[in-house]
Design a protein around this ligand. Structure first.
Ligand code: BGC
Ligand code: NOJ
Length: 814
């Protein structure tokens, strides 16, 4: 069952049924001002940091789940009936309801009682504000006398505090209304120099700023008393809960259409110019007023929308493909790329499943996200890399997370996740291969943001590599620390106290438990580092890395191989995890996927055997589960992984983030059919027809799909903000379609299904556009390349040195 359809031409997903299984959201904003918006106009906005600068209020885990948002009400002033064109909050039976989620914008609308209304929501580029363009058309045969109401509820900035500290917060709310614009200025009187504003292109009919006056006592957003009464009262909030509501009057002749622009924004004043007149308590509005005036003008709003459209055209055009599979095309060309930008912008902070409070930017997460967006936004990738590296510790380890606003490591989450440092090498390498910008390695970057500790970025990479060498366990495998990629494999935790954090509790000294996954990652990242060193002319250093890698590979073969697959780890007692000898958790995806991806065991058949075992024991029609058998009870020596009921999350859920490791491994074995089959099993577009089972948005990946041990097998959770976005993009783009960046140029090495006659692609790379045509003449993966009509040796097309801007690449697979 479906709840909408893809409109690929317009790069939109069109939801036609408001009651989707879960709120299906989109993101507004792509630079500093952001919002999430659901298909029924729920959601909230923030400036830079979803926790520390929350503009509007949203109640997570609410009943019903999605209440609070950018709500518009229309009221027929003759019949006194009122409704919301976005279905929520009033839940009227609407005609032609649709929600079009597009690239950085959402349009929601419907027709009710002959009145058609659509609102287009978006954030203009380079501005800290959002625009709601409401278009209302009277399809009746008679004149319509309507009121429109646009409403938001302000959050008192710090979302955590706002949701908990009522003894203070119900006293601090302050607003100003000036010239029809509502200004939210809670705490502006003291240490804040920022405020929010909410404006209407057609003020005058009334406003409301005190929530209780607007909603009425004991009422919710479904039946605001002031809307029912038909007239706002111009209330001024003192404490309690400030809201922003504007009323507009609409007298529409039959067939007449009117557009109203509402805008909500964030603004900062210089600390010494907060008030006007100076010495008063009135907000200085000199610099904000021109901005407000500009965007209330529908012509300017349209122009801003057009700029946004061009911005997304530009980003997405960097890589476009045309394959025989519509789901591949749609995800690569539109939605997966779009999701990669969302994970870059948000990391794991704000979605329907991430409250914007708990998690900042993850070190490991953000480095992996680079794989998916570096080609679209290389300059921002550069900045992100330098920020991330500045939270690396002098030991080479890293803060696991940092706050985007302060860019400081988050002490509450701590460090000691022993895979973290290597992801910096992976991220930097992806950047270098994309851009060829080697200067980044010489950028001075501090450790732990400590002034004076700056060293060239390259030195950070060395420390990352050495971090593991200094932390090897009894078998010579890397010590796992708090956990590795699998945050829930907490082998030093031994927690028996309810509520204790698995992420920060350590009850063992951590000198025994080892990770085969980190060993695989060490080999993979180490090879990247060796290539970087070699390119810098550091041949001897490169050789040292290669020697260490060879040693680690030998250790993996000796102590990390279980006969048919790679082990996962050794616990604190030196017992195997992920072995046929285990009662539960006999085989895991991470070590097998990653070792194969890293090319370990390619020559001696172990990689093949490992992936065959994954296929046999872990693959399901809904994707590959994380391990089998699922843990049926809590194991003190394993930690959070066994805290989940079987089939969910890390306990044998289908973790979509790691499935691509297997896909890439399959391409390394030359098995394109299997690789693409695995790709399709979790491709959200390919699952659209089972939206009633999948339940999350069909246009973006979810972190997890319930595994076969769960009663809800096939149900997705945690959509949007997941490493799944980048890894699936990377797997399909660079390994299955095989358009792969390398230090020396663009490698063309497709490993596609046998049944495909070929595909075409367009890739902008280091300033030139590559038009790629791949033709299948035989069933294998052998490629013969012709570049601008001339056959070349090998499969790397070097970046042009003669200023050519267009390169045509023809590849024949045999
Ligand atoms: C989840 C992990 C997540 C971790 C981060 C755990 O509860 O299962 O997937 O990475 O929390 O805080
Ligand atoms: C989600 C985290 O964001 C990611 O870093 C981690 O690797 C996975 N969970 C697996 O635990």
């Amino acid at each position: 069952m479906k709840f909408g359809y893809f409109d690929d031409r317009n790069r939109e997903y069109v939801i036609t049924e408001p009651e989707t299984p879960l709120p299906w959201i989109n993101y507004l904003g792509c630079q500093a001002y952001f919002g999430i918006i659901s298909n029924t106009a729920g959601g909230y906005s923030f400036y830079r940091d979803a926790r520390l600068r929350r503009l509007t209020r949203y109640r997570y885990n609410n009943v019903p789940p999605d209440l609070g948002g950018r709500y518009i009400y229309l009221r027929d002033d003759e019949s006194k009936e009122f409704w919301s064109p976005s279905w929520l909050p009033t839940r009227h039976k609407l005609k032609d309801y649709s929600c079009r989620h597009g690239m950085g914008y959402t349009v929601i609308g419907s027709t009710y009682s002959g009145i058609e209304a659509h609102t287009r929501y978006f954030v203009p580029l380079d501005e800290n504000l959002e625009i709601w363009q409401l278009t209302v058309t009277n399809h009746r045969t008679t004149r319509a006398s309507l009121s429109g109401f646009a409403s938001i509820e302000f959050c008192l900035w710090d979302a955590q505090d706002d949701a908990t500290n009522f003894q203070r917060n119900l006293n601090i709310g302050q607003v100003e209304v000036d010239d029809g614009v509502i200004y939210h200025k809670t705490e502006y009187r003291e240490r804040r120099n920022h405020f929010a504003w909410f404006a209407s292109s057609q003020p005058g009919a009334g406003f409301e700023t005190q929530r209780e006056v607007f909603l009425g006592r004991n009422r919710g957003w479904d039946k605001p008393a002031a809307v029912e009464a038909g007239q706002l009262t111009n209330s001024i909030a003192h404490g309690w809960s400030p809201v922003g509501v504007h009323q507009v009057k609409l007298e529409l002749e039959p067939g007449e259409t009117r557009q109203i622009v509402f805008a909500l924004g964030y603004h900062e004043n210089p600390v010494d110019q907060k008030f006007d007149p100076a010495g008063s308590q009135i907000i200085n509005k000199r610099t904000v007023k021109p901005v407000i005036a500009k965007y209330l003008d529908p012509v300017q709003a349209d122009a801003a929308f057009e700029r946004l459209r061009l911005y997304w055209d530009g980003l997405l055009s960097v890589f476009q493909v045309n394959t025989p599979d519509i789901h591949t095309n749609r995800m690569v060309n539109i939605w997966n790329a779009y999701q990669c930008m969302a994970t870059f912008n948000m990391s794991r902070s704000a979605s329907s499943f991430e409250s914007g409070i708990g998690r900042g930017l993850g070190f490991r997460d953000s480095n992996q996200d680079l794989l998916g967006f570096v080609h679209m936004a290389p300059a921002r990738a550069r900045e992100r890399i330098l920020d991330l590296a500045a939270t690396q510790l002098a030991t080479g380890g890293a803060y696991h997370q940092y706050q985007p606003l302060t860019k400081r490591g988050n002490n509450d989450i701590g460090s000691g996740f022993n895979d973290d440092p290597h992801w910096l090498i992976v991220g930097v390498s992806a950047y270098l291969k994309e851009t060829g910008d080697w200067s980044i390695l010489d950028e001075p970057v501090p450790y732990d943001n400590e002034p004076g500790s700056e060293q060239p970025l390259y030195q950070h990479l060395r420390r990352s590599f050495n971090y593991t060498l200094a932390r090897l366990g009894p078998h010579g495998l890397p010590l796992i620390g708090r956990a590795d990629w699998n945050d829930c494999l907490n082998l030093n935790c031994f927690s028996d106290t309810p509520g204790q954090s698995f992420q920060t509790t350590t009850n063992k000294d951590g000198k025994v438990a080892e990770s085969v996954f980190i060993a695989g990652l060490f080999v993979y990242a180490g090879r990247e580092l060796a290539a970087i060193a070699k390119h810098r002319g550091l041949t001897e250093e490169a050789q040292v890395y290669l020697d260490e890698i060879a040693r680690m590979e030998a250790v993996i073969h000796e102590h990390g191989w279980d006969g048919e697959w790679f082990l996962r780890a050794y616990d604190d007692f030196g017992n195997k995890i992920g072995s046929k000898d285990c009662e539960e958790g006999k085989i895991f995806i991470e070590s097998n996927g990653f070792c194969a991806l890293a090319g370990i065991g390619l020559e001696d058949g172990r990689a093949e055997s490992a992936l065959n075992s994954v296929g046999e024991h872990l693959a399901t029609e809904n994707g590959i589960v994380l391990q089998q058998p699922a843990y049926s009870r809590y194991y003190l020596n394993l930690g959070e992984i066994s805290s989940y009921p079987p089939g969910y999350k890390e306990n044998a859920g289908i973790f979509c983030h790691v499935n691509p490791w297997v896909m890439i491994g399959e391409t390394r074995l030359g098995r394109g059919d299997r690789a693409h089959d695995y790709y399709s099993r979790i491709n959200p577009s390919a699952r659209e027809n089972i939206s009633d089972l999948h339940r999350c948005e069909p246009y973006v990946y979810s972190q997890m799909i319930a595994g076969k041990d769960a009663p809800t097998f096939g149900e997705a959770k945690n959509s949007w903000l997941t490493g799944t976005a980048a890894w699936n993009y990377y797997a399909i783009a660079q390994w299955i379609l095989g358009v792969r960046t390398s230090i020396d140029g663009l490698r063309i090495a497709p490993v596609i299904p046998k049944s495909w006659p070929g595909f075409t692609a367009m890739r902008t790379f280091r300033g030139a556009v590559y038009r790629i045509v791949i033709e299948r003449k035989g069933e294998g993966n052998q490629i013969a390349l012709t570049v601008d009509g001339t056959p070349i040796e090998g499969n790397v097309v070097p970046a042009p040195t003669d200023g050519r801007k267009e390169i045509s690449v023809h590849g024949v697979l045999s």
